[in-house]
Design a protein. Sequence first.
Length: 370
Amino acid sequence: MEVLLLIIAIIILLVVIIVFLMLYNMSVHKKIETFSNLNQKIMSLNVLQEFMDTISEEKSADEKISKINEILIEKYDIKYSTIVVYNGAEYIIKATNVEERHWGTLRNLHAEDIFKDSIETATPKYITVDKEGERLPYQKLEFGRAKSAMFFPLYIDNIYIGYWIIESGKPHDFDNIDTTILEVVKNNIISVIRTIDKQNVIENIVRDDEFTGLKSEEYLYGEGKRKIDQYDTSAVCMLKIVNMQEINEEYGRHTGNQVITKVSQTILQNIASEYVCVRYMGPKFAIVFSGIEVEGMTGLVEDMKKNIEALKIEQVEEDVYEGEEPQEVSPIVNIVVTTYYKGTALEGTTKKLEKYLDSAQKQESQINYI
């Protein structure tokens, strides 16, 4: 009897120990899970900070989105990551680490039946294979590259703009991934695309002026600004041909165009190639003397003004009336100069100069420092 009681006591003790260990393991697992979630949240915040740092860098819009994709790949240990955006005419791969021979497939995933519901419902889609010899439904000519994929449609203000897809070379590799974290990452990608969209527009509307070959005003705020912001301060100069309207009216528009051409050529002859010069608008030109203090380019601007106004431009044949002799015209320029500080709004600086020139007396012709 005593032996039986002892055995029962031992069994009860073992049960208590097992229950205690189970409760302890559950507590430890919960703590690990809490720590893991906290760690993921901290990492997401760090990634978001890197996103914001990338946005503020002096890079092109395409360079920024490529760097953001690299951050995703590194921080989340993703094998393949591809961001595809619809530009209104076609699907463009904005960033990927997949070999170029697969790009044709990746930029046409919107047409795949398996992803259509995902796009229509704005929900992620996870697909994988079970065996090594199988391939994902969208793969045409490839077998070994990807065995698992998560597809995220991208929307801005309920408007579909493209998708983000991550891929792995292992079957079922995303089975236990925290999709809430990936949703946060997806939203961050959307925020980045929204933020750099305006920069992308500016870069894409830059044109070469027909008569001068110079870049248009928009160049200043994209690639031009990246060059300028290599220095803390720069001198910004804007000049206006104040008798342009008179030349057009009295000597003809063909002659006016010739004046624009000759003035631009003279400007370029008077400045170093590393400085930024654009046809700003109409009879105005903007020149940024990168890294130069205003006091250091006074003589240069004076010489440039003198050389421009010394031009004698013959009236173009198309503008000469029959029986008359072509006449000579000379441009008259008004110039204003100020300092631009890196990190401030360059467009604000140029607008200030433009406002000064447009509000000046009609025939004012001097060099003004503001």
